[in-house]
Write a protein of this length. Sequence first.
Length: 63
Amino acid sequence: MSKEMIKSLIDLIDDSDIDTIYKVLVKFIPETPPMPDELEAINRADNSIAEYGTVSHEAINWD
């Protein structure tokens, strides 16, 4: 079976099953581990949220 055959099969899937198929396919995509600088940025963000909290959408002036 080829990738092209799988791609063509996707068109035959009922819309109600798309979410299920997506969840299955995503499991086969290899994850790359985060880089050290990414881990540091996540840690800084977590600490900032813990110390200062977050801002709600309602509190932002979007104009």
